[in-house]
Design a protein around this ligand. Sequence first.
Ligand SMILES: NC(=O)c1ccc[n+]([C@@H]2O[C@H](COP(=O)([O-])OP(=O)(O)OC[C@H]3O[C@@H](n4cnc5c(N)ncnc54)[C@H](O)[C@@H]3O)[C@@H](O)[C@H]2O)c1
Length: 344
Amino acid sequence: MSRKVRVGIIGCGAIAEHLHGPDYVCSPDAELVAVCDAVKSKAVALADRLAPDAQVFSDYKEMLKKADVEAVSVCLPNHLHASVSIAVLKAGCNVLVEKPMAASLAEAKKMLDAAEKADRLLLVNQSQRLFPAHVKAKEVMDSGIMGKVLHITAMFGHAGPEYWSPTGKWFFKKKEARFGAMADLGVHKADLLRYLTGKEVAEVGAFSERLEKTRSTVEDNFVSALKFTDGTVGTLAASWTVKGAEANYTVFHCTNGTLQICLFPDRPLVAYLVNPECQITFELPPPPTNTAGGWGLDVGGAFCRAVKGEEKPFCSGYEGMKSLEVILAAEKAALTGRTVKIKH
Ligand SMILES: NC(=O)c1ccc[n+]([C@@H]2O[C@H](COP(=O)([O-])OP(=O)(O)OC[C@H]3O[C@@H](n4cnc5c(N)ncnc54)[C@H](O)[C@@H]3O)[C@@H](O)[C@H]2O)c1
């Protein structure tokens, strides 16, 4: 049996509870040996639920000194991603940092430099790349059956972070979150569009508004118009005021037809082709086993296999930075009322 990578988690809030922790304890490639949260009771609760033998810390620097870990998930509020990831890399560990990977391109570049200097991996948890419908959609897009992508619609919206992380007040504070719905949710779709099409965004126009979360200092709604380097156009929208049913879909209108991804919950991946006219409802790969109450995306396992050199990183630091660049351009476009070009 292949060896298990010794893993630690810094930040034991919602995403550690729902994704990182369960993924690690269910993966044959990982062993969760340390958990850390500034609120120690949260680290204790995560260890109690998932890994009772794990060491528990309230100071990540102490964890890096005392725990025998070689890979670390950084699951902290956005403003801490860069500094803590760099400290983890300097301590000789590989990093899986949450999205958005940093608060600025300068920070993202420093993270990439630190990874190169330490000769360690830096992965960004653009977890939508591993959703079963997106894994299959990548195969479909790469197969060429859809032809050339002409027009894209992508939207991610839910009722807001207060329904996701009841203690995550930082999501609403510009100093700690840096962005609102635009980066919290929009960065997922910016990354997914780049990943599924292999195209880069060349120019962005955008609007952002705070419509309901009036006590927040970040936007709760955002819509952008994208032009890709080959002229493909599209819209990317994100919202924290979507009620009743979450919106989390992507549609590609292509020369040979339309690919709908997660537009309808009962049919997550459907291609409508024109020549010959037909409809294909794709079967999705079964989700990896997850018995620990998580999403079952196997993000943690994929990270550990990349650390062992058995698999390509599912989203490298560079990829995370290119997706962040789209969101930063969209923010600038919304603030200035002008379109913003991205150089490649
Ligand atoms: N990939 C995804 O699908 C996805 C989904 C949700 C959230 N996220 C991202 O995950 C990150 C965390 O989000 P969350 O929802 O878990 O937030 P959260 O507020 O629920 O958890 C953050 C945790 O970090 C702890 N913390 C804060 N400062 C600390 C420090 N200095 N040292 C140690 N612990 C500290 C807090 O006590 C808290 O428990 C964010 O960047 C968010 O954007 C990603």
